[in-house]
Ligand binder design. Structure first.
Ligand SMILES: Cc1ncc(COP(=O)(O)O)c(C=O)c1O
Length: 355
């Protein structure tokens, strides 16, 4: 979303973070090898560490979250079979049809307010034994936290119910945990408690954790061996990428607990926005680093609000015709948050200029 005005406060996405000097130093010092041959010691260290954190046997480093997700989907669903996910899920909305294009996977969805999981919805929707007439459901995908839902943290008990309801029925579970770190920091629930309720889990190092690139898929050793073959087939076999894995290891050491600061800032912004335009956001629902602001409540279209914010040097993302998304991250501090409040609260209060 290029703008012509200079950007002072960039709330477009937590993918914008730039590697810190310390992270760059860790990258420069990393021992490396050829990872296609499984010989990069830093990649191996990262994979082992993430697998253990998520309570799984093995893991695989990938360039992107989309590739980690697509490998996960591929493992569980054959061409002509289906996955189901909520209608706002990243795998359905923002991976450009990759499941269909790369793996011949059919998809269906259920509608979930704020992306919040209610296990009875996928359990009611799935058709594990479709026979020769209905498409067989082979996978349910859950996103935690939920990006387009507004950083929603999924309830552990709903994920448990989904686990119990799918076992022994030929339906696997994949967790799109691009921001699972945020859920862990917001709730204090161990990453492995979440991870163990899924057959495969993807996590991203390149979002709030601040690495320039990198995601990890975790699962059983057999699944990861198969995913390694498909990663190469998809063109994602990488060579001396310990320099990138080192950024991820550094992020795990230094950038996880600090996500609480992003959450506090997002919440502070949401409280100010709710005061300026009641109903535009419920601060109680802002659990992590993402705020979905329903600007139509204040008479704005999303595009007009994004343009007005840009005039104040603030960059946002329109998630629909009526709502915008603001994302807090490593490079947005308290002062920047104050600036965002000072610029955007009056816009919400006044509504758009009359024409
Ligand atoms: C929930 C979720 N899953 C997956 C991805 C894909 O990550 P990448 O952009 O690295 O492909 C994103 C990206 O923003 C995301 O928000």
């Amino acid at each position: 979303m290029p703008t012509t005005t200079s950007v002072d406060v960039d709330l477009l996405s937590d993918t914008l973070t730039k590697p810190t000097q310390e992270m760059r130093a860790a990258m420069a010092a990393a021992p490396v090898g050829d990872d296609v041959f499984g010989e990069d010691p830093t990649v191996r260290e990262l994979e082992a560490r993430v697998a253990a954190l998520l309570g799984h046997e093995a893991a695989l480093f990938t360039p992107t979250g989309s590739m980690a997700n697509q490998l996960g989907l591929r493992l569980h669903v054959k061409p002509g079979e289906e996955l189901i996910a909520d209608s706002l899920a990243h795998v359905l909305r923002a991976e450009l049809g990759a499941a269909a294009v790369l793996s011949g996977i059919s998809s269906r969805s259920w509608v979930a307010h704020r992306g919040l999981l209610d296990a009875s919805q996928p359990l009611g929707l799935m058709t594990p034994s479709g026979g020769a007439y209905q498409v067989n459901t082979r996978l349910v995908v859950v996103e935690n936290t939920h990006n387009f839902g507004g950083g929603t943290v999924q309830p552990l008990e709903e994920m448990r119910a989904l686990w119990e309801g799918t076992r022994g029925r030929g339906v696997s579970l994949h967790l799109d945990g691009a921001r699972l770190w945020n859920a862990h920091v917001a709730t204090g629930i161990a990453l492995s408690e979440y991870g163990r309720l899924f057959d495969t889990v993807s996590v991203c190092l390149s979002k709030g954790l601040g690495a320039p690139i990198g995601s990890v898929l975790a699962g059983s050793a057999d699944h990861m061996a198969e995913a390694r073959v498909w990663r190469k087939r998809f063109g994602g076999g990488m060579r001396q990428v310990g320099i990138l894995a080192a950024a991820g290891l550094h992020a795990l050491d230094h950038h996880v607990e600090r996500l609480a600061e992003d959450h506090a800032r997002a919440h502070r912004f949401a409280a100010a926005a709710a005061q300026a335009a009641p109903g535009s956001v419920d601060p109680e629902t802002v659990q992590t680093n993402i705020v979905i602001l329903h600007v139509a409540v204040a008479g704005w279209t999303a595009d007009a609000f994004v343009a007005a914010a840009a005039d104040h040097g603030i960059r946002l993302y329109p998630v629909s015709g009526t709502a915008v998304r603001l994302v807090w991250h490593l490079d947005v501090d308290d002062t920047a948050t104050d600036r965002a409040i000072a610029a955007l609260a009056p816009l919400l209060e006044s509504g758009p200029p009359s024409t």
